[in-house]
Design a protein around this ligand. Structure first.
Ligand code: BG6
Length: 515
């Protein structure tokens, strides 16, 4: 056979996961909910998958006086409830639990850090972890800056041996409460840590299906030519939750859907859909492209907000046959609270790829179903040559990327209905992760913890992105704070949100597809 003269594609430039250095992981807020529900189960699952370094330890710190043994017992219960491997089997648990330690410590007290430093020296020696430390801030956000500063003052933030002994810090969301507080926090963090030491978590970026967005877009050549204003009519992003505010009213009532979900998770999704192909699948190039998207989003104008931003709050309602309370009746929520539990927004991205293509985003609590998905609606064919039945009018071509649950993707296309007449009908081509890949999916926290141990910041938000995201939502935050909503609560629990969210699309001849 003659040798092909076709040019071979250049090998993809891929960032391989290489280093798992020995290290100590220090969790501030070790008796909290996040540690029990997500962090410890994720670390245990990684240990079961043999993904953690041979030498590591976890030091939990919090104010509550606990012994190592009682901390381990608490964590065993947490792991049994939340690990994807189920209740830990005895030998496996023993070998994991001996790495767990606890130190009662009031992180707001400067003298606590000398004691912490001493404990770390001891644990480093015992566990041969070479002085590498990963600090995890899983505490109230009001403590972030002071912990960072105390770590700096006590010398614990320093990297030694020209970075060979590393120190990294993971900061949970929310990173700031608004633009001013995010700037302030970022400045204070940057005074102590270099940017490459800082990992700002947005757990959506660790979700398999969210990572798949980049792979889907940039590993398949066929979509790129149509991924733009010439072919896309509009984009919808829905992150709907069934849960209400639960026991988190203390935090949520000060926050609301815009701060809690849109400023971070939904804008990250928007960036992944809208970004240009990065020069490499690595932190720097990915972050640069995502930031460019935010910089191109048309700023919201106060006088136009009515037409592009809708807020809602759930009233009592029925979900799966059960009556559920309205937001204002929830534990810890004031009877006149004006906090929004739902937000729907219309974005425009003023760049060459997306000019004129609206991006509709919505998120809410106590909605009909838990459903997070992205739908790309393509423009209609220029001419309808075929009839569609009155019962089933021809739907547009839709590409749906299902983030959760039922992870997968679907493409809606029009086909001929079998029969003697030529009648079109929409059908769904479907791919489901569950059916096609039988393997266990790691949790977002597993992925993110492992990446931070490897020094790979690609799936973390950088300071500039976070500040741009705050800047974008600021006019809405300000307007909503100044003008009390007159119609709250305005959607029943168990619905798809307020009627105004429907009008946001219907007045432009469109409708939400996720139902
Ligand atoms: C968190 C929000 O960041 O994300 C919560 O604070 C929300 O209010 C949660 O419920 C949703 O995450 P997930 O992974 O359940 O979609």
């Amino acid at each position: 056979m003659p040798e092909s003269t076709e040019t071979q594609p250049a090998p993809a430039r891929v960032a391989y996961k290489v280093r798992r250095d020995p290290c100590g992981i220090v969790i501030f807020g070790a008796t909290g909910d996040l540690t029990a529900r997500k962090l410890l189960p994720a670390l245990y699952d990684l240990a079961c998958e043999d993904q953690l370094p041979d030498n590591f330890y976890v030091l939990g710190v919090a104010r509550r006086p606990l012994s190592n043994d009682s901390f381990r017992e608490k964590m065993r219960t947490a792991v049994a409830a939340h690990s994807r491997f189920g209740a830990p089997e005895s030998e496996r648990w023993k070998s994991f639990a001996r790495r767990l330690h606890y130190q009662p410590l009031d992180a707001s007290q400067p003298d606590a850090y000398a004691r912490l430093r001493e404990s770390l020296h001891g644990l480093d020696r015992e566990n041969h972890t070479a002085g590498n430390h990963l600090f995890y801030l899983s505490v109230a956000p009001s403590l972030y800056a002071s912990i960072v500063e105390q770590l700096g003052a006590s010398g614990l933030a320093r990297q030694r041996d020209r970075g060979r002994r590393w120190t990294r810090i993971i900061i949970e969301k929310p990173f700031g409460h608004d633009l001013a507080s995010a700037r302030d926090l970022d400045d204070r963090v940057q005074q102590v840590f270099n940017e490459e030491q800082v990992y700002r978590i947005d757990h959506y970026l660790g979700k398999e299906t969210v990572q798949n967005l980049a792979v889907f877009r940039f590993a398949n050549g066929i979509f790129e030519p149509i991924w733009n204003r010439n072919y896309v009519d509009h984009v919808q992003i829905t992150v709907a939750e069934e849960i209400g505010v639960g026991e988190r009213a203390g935090y949520y009532d000060q926050s609301g859907a815009l701060r809690d979900m849109v400023q971070n998770h939904l804008l990250q999704l928007l960036c992944l859909v809208a970004m240009e192909p990065p020069a490499a699948f690595e932190a720097g190039p990915m972050r640069r492209e995502k930031l460019k998207v935010l910089q191109s989003v048309r700023p919201f104008l106060r006088r136009e907000l009515e037409r592009c931003a809708v807020r809602g709050q759930y009233a009592p309602g029925t979900m799966q046959g059960q009556s559920v309370a309205g937001y204002r009746e929830e534990n810890g929520v004031g009877a006149n609270s004006s906090t929004e539990t739902f937000a729907a927004l219309r974005f425009e991205i003023d760049n060459w790829r997306w000019a004129g293509v609206p991006f509709y985003l919505r998120t809410g609590k106590r909605m009909t179903a838990r459903r997070s998905e992205i739908t790309i609606q393509f423009r209609a064919a220029p001419l309808q040559l075929f009839a569609c039945t009155a019962m089933q009018p021809c739907q547009p071509n839709l590409l749906t990327l299902r983030i959760q649950p039922d992870e997968g993707m679907g493409l809606q296309v029009i086909t001929k209905t079998p029969g003697l007449e030529v009648i079109g009908r929409s059908v769904q081509m479907d791919f489901s992760y569950g059916a096609d890949f039988k393997s266990h999916t790691p949790s977002a926290y597993e992925t993110l913890l492992l990446d931070s141990l490897e020094g790979d910041a690609m799936l973390f938000a950088d300071g500039d992105w976070i500040k741009s995201a705050w800047q974008l939502v600021t006019p809405i935050l300000e307007a909503w704070a100044e003008e009390q909503p007159r119609n709250f609560p305005n959607y029943p629990a168990g619905s798809w949100g307020p009627a105004e969210a429907e009008s946001l699309l219907s007045r432009e001849g469109r409708q939400w597809h996720t139902r």
